[in-house]
Design a protein around this ligand. Structure first.
Ligand SMILES: *Cc1c(COP(=O)(O)O)cnc(C)c1O
Length: 471
């Protein structure tokens, strides 16, 4: 049991630095898949303890082959931020400080820092300054929290207290949602007792954005006194498309009891970029918003924000009103009042650090750059015979189909082969997705440091993979 705390922390820093320094030159995919990774970790339950530094070295040895270069600049898979070093370092301090950040009496610095970061977020995203913000694990839980507030508010207007009395016997709630909403919103509906399947789906355009006429029709089907929750989206996972809030909101607002929510896991950040903010116009008129810290803000995993216009509804939905919890005076903010958890990580520190590091200008620059680079990559790819960019590249997402005018089946086979070659080669990483019946290569430009050079490498890697398959 030889190593001191100092040895252990210093060792972790050395390993972390070595890992980050190797990101640019390593294979941009794990060397070991899941089965091999299981074998890398397998072993009997240790009967006795071991030295801290040796454990750390061993952990690094076992984990390294199964690590993805998600923190690098040539990772374009899913929609995944790159855990910026400043945020990671702030997160190390968070762990080292060991604060249980449930309430302001136990953890004053954590609660205060989170409160300030919350105000900054509202300002950056140009949302109402009086809205409440819950710091959660990601957009899935942010959607859950915001929709819990929605559920409580629309039922309260009908004289039903869902927080006290639950859903048995409650008036039904009509849930309206776009056909191309993110799967995790359905998870939130599942957790809330609103049901994944018990929804009215609204038809969308070719980019996956709700058709205003279809939305108006869905609203018109609701009775005057019915409780309605309309779930919209800012930033479709494949296309980056935005539901047109300016066209949708008026029909929602004509109804007496409709709560409008926006799932803006990454797309909400368009509002922090003057060049792209037009895409997310009108979103400030909604009732609640969910977004991520660990996507475009580049905080380490995990971090998301549940933002609610009616702070009371937010608190009612989440507060654990046990008598042993210190009471909150007017103007004081307890982090746990806005999230499901009591004991929790102080996510405000990393959020505060990232916003301070970038500043408003740095965030605008990054979002603008990612969107510009996505268009640049799309231009390079669509110039090649047999390659089609399937979406309007308005944001940072693009989807690509290989095979030209060949049948859907043939194109899928060619696209899958191209993706397999690209991944095996490992110069960049991107994966496949199903988009309205077509198998596509999906590319998300969202890693903090991604540059023009990275995009050149990506274009070359993708085109070489495709040319090899085509011939
Ligand atoms: C990523 C994403 C989510 C889920 O967010 P997590 O942070 O993974 O929980 C929800 N909606 C959209 C549109 C997303 O892109």
């Amino acid at each position: 049991m030889g190593s001191s705390d100092r040895d252990v922390f210093a060792r972790a820093a050395a390993h972390a630095i070595a890992f980050r320094q190797g990101l640019a030159t390593r294979l941009q995919r794990p060397e070991h898949g899941y089965a091999e990774a299981l074998a890398d970790f397998a072993g009997p339950l240790p009967e006795t303890g071991a030295d801290g530094r040796a454990i750390l070295d061993d952990l690094v040895d076992r984990a390294t082959p199964g690590l993805h270069a998600m923190a690098g600049t040539r990772f374009f898979g899913w929609v995944i931020g790159s855990s910026h070093p400043v945020g990671v370092a702030a997160d190390w301090m968070t762990a080292a400080w060991g604060q249980n950040a449930g309430n302001h009496a136990a953890a004053p610095a954590a609660a205060a820092c989170e409160g300030v970061a919350a105000q900054w977020l509202l300002e950056l995203l140009d949302l109402p300054a009086t809205a409440s913000v819950g710091f959660v694990t990601g957009a899935t839980v942010a959607n859950f929290v915001a929709l819990a507030a929605a559920r409580g508010a629309v039922l309260r207007r009908l004289g039903w207290d869902v927080e006290a009395d639950g859903l048995f016997g409650a008036p039904p709630i009509r849930v309206i949602i776009g056909e191309e909403a993110h799967s995790t919103v359905f998870s939130a509906l599942q957790y809330l007792g609103l049901g994944q399947a018990r929804v009215t789906k609204v038809a969308v355009d070719k980019e996956g954005a709700m058709l205003p006429e279809a939305f108006a029709e869905a609203m018109a089907a609701a009775a005057d006194d019915e409780a309605v929750i309309a779930i919209t989206q800012a930033g479709q996972i494949n296309t980056g498309a935005f539901d047109p809030l300016p066209a949708i909101l008026p029909s929602a607002r004509r109804h007496s009891n409709c709560w409008v929510h926006v799932d803006g896991a990454f797309g909400l950040w368009a509002r922090a970029c003057p060049d792209r903010a037009f895409l997310a116009n009108g979103i400030e008129g909604a009732d609640s918003w969910a977004t991520d810290g660990h996507k475009w803000l580049q905080t380490p995993y995990d971090c998301g924000f549940a933002i609610v216009r009616d702070a009371q509804a937010h608190r009612r939905a989440m507060t654990i009103a046990a008598s042993y919890l210190p009471a909150v005076a007017e103007g004081e903010r307890d982090p746990s009042h806005y999230v499901p958890e009591l004991s929790r990580r102080a996510r405000g520190f990393a959020t505060f650090a990232m916003i301070r590091h970038f500043g408003r200008a740095g965030i605008a620059e990054m979002v603008g750059r990612h969107c510009r680079l996505a268009r640049q990559l799309a231009d390079a790819l669509r110039a090649e015979p047999g390659v089609a960019v399937m979406n309007d590249v308005v944001l940072n997402q693009l989807i690509v189909r290989f095979g030209g005018n060949r049948s859907r089946e043939e194109s899928e086979a060619l696209t899958r082969k191209t993706i397999a070659t690209l991944q095996r080669e490992g110069r960049i990483f991107a994966g496949g997705a199903l988009w309205r019946g077509d198998w596509v290569l999906r590319i998300s430009v969202i890693s903090g440091g991604t540059s023009e050079d990275d995009i050149d490498v990506a274009a070359e890697a993708i085109l070489e993979a495709w040319r090899g398959i085509r011939s």
